[in-house]
Design a protein around this ligand. Structure first.
Ligand code: SAH
Ligand code: SF4
Length: 356
């Protein structure tokens, strides 16, 4: 059964046209899906009953079921495990800050890359998500927020999976979420995080935005190490795309888009928190339009690495200060609720049918 969220506007138009519907129906249905966030065909009161019945018989909207949910104590972070049509589950997180509400969404079930420290990597790869399954996660939280008269303001593609290994579905989802006649999220309110798939970064550099010009999303690169020797260990993809190749692609991306790249760095005690790594990082970033996000490692079941000490963090950032490298030390949200990438699904593998 096809899912409506998997169809872009031309595909929805041609489906309804093939059913003999007038041309304006596609726009009506589109607005129900992406402006009014309808999760039930019966809400679509300006569509004739016969059309709603046919849609119900031959399609589904693609709204995932909530299989589990956990909330942080203050309620500002919530993580939902969503069950897809084939029974697979993905994690999606909502973070509420003073001035914004961010959904962290997944692009694959599991991940084929296998970074040592990552719970998603530890579970292996199950399958790619469809574009509709990616979109549905953001709409899910948009509905949750709407019930409190709030709007979803940001989306980060930082959940399970590697977005640039599921390129077409990811780009289609980004275009859907930013469609001015639909959900209308600003391109600048979307961040795509990649482990550093060089051909994907090259493709992304050439994507057009709505009004010509480059796509305005933020690219985040999960760097974690600034020497090939260390990065080979932490991020196996580095053996395929070395740091030189990765940084060449980053330079090209910045040249084409004029956009600053964020570099993610999870500080791991005794591994990548040394002054030598900070110096190597500063050397790589010299002259590059960049920002480093330093995150304490979130410990996971199958990795013995630990977060760095305060003293190591301070020594690390001192090196960056000395070389005028812009950075932010981020507090990890939701450690108490297994909000680290892949951890909720890991917990649920043995009781996957649990309901909230
Ligand atoms: N595959 C993409 C996006 C998903 S991972 C990527 O790797 O960028 C999202 C972010 O979470 C990445 O920066 C990743 O390195 C980080 N991450 C994964 N496991 C982590 C952990 N245990 N502690 C801290 N950060 C982690
Ligand atoms: Fe995959 Fe990203 Fe986790 Fe690495 S950090 S295993 S690329 S999800």
């Amino acid at each position: 059964m096809s899912q409506l969220y998997d169809l872009d506007f031309p595909a929805l138009q041609s489906l309804l046209e093939s059913w003999g519907e007038p041309a304006y129906r596609a726009r009506q249905l589109w607005e129900w899906l992406y402006v009014h966030l309808a999760d039930d065909l019966n809400q679509m009161t300006n569509l004739p009953k016969s059309l709603r019945e046919r849609l119900a018989g031959e399609t589904s909207i693609g709204v995932p079921e909530v299989a589990d949910t956990v909330q942080s104590e203050g309620g500002e972070t919530r993580k939902d495990l969503l069950r897809l049509a084939d029974g697979e589950t993905v994690e999606t997180v909502l973070m509420r800050y003073e001035d914004r509400r961010t959904a962290c969404i997944s692009t694959q079930v599991g991940c084929p890359i296998g970074c040592a420290f990552c719970a998603t990597g530890q579970m292996g790869f199950r399958r790619d998500l469809t574009n509709g399954e990616i979109v549905a996660q953001a709409l899910h939280f948009a509905r949750v927020l709407r019930a409190r008269q709030q709007r979803l303001t940001n989306v980060v593609l930082m959940g399970m999976g590697e977005p640039l290994l599921n390129y077409d579905a990811t780009l289609s989802a980004i275009r859907r979420l930013t469609d001015p006649q639909g959900f209308n999220l600003g391109q600048r309110h979307i961040t795509l995080s990649t482990v550093g798939i060089v051909p994907g970064i090259e493709l992304l550099a050439d994507e057009a935005g709505h009004r010509g010009g480059p796509l305005q999303i933020t690219l985040a690169v999960s760097l974690h190490a600034a020497t090939d020797q260390l990065r080979d260990q932490l991020v196996p993809m580095n053996r395929r795309y070395s740091l030189d190749a990765l940084f060449e692609a980053c330079h090209h991306y910045i040249e084409r888009t004029g956009r600053r790249i964020s570099f993610e760095w999870a500080l791991i005690k005794g591994m990548n928190d040394t002054p030598q790594q900070a110096q190597a990082l500063a050397a790589r970033l010299a002259g590059l339009l960049s920002h480093v996000n330093i995150i304490p490692l979130n410990p996971t079941a199958s990795y013995e690495g630990r977060p760095s000490s305060r003293a190591a963090l301070d020594a690390f950032t001192r090196e960056l200060d000395r070389r005028h490298i812009p950075y932010t030390v981020r507090l990890r949200r939701g450690i108490g609720i297994q909000a680290g990438c892949g951890q909720l699904r890991q917990r649920n593998q043995h009781n996957i049918n649990r309901t909230p």
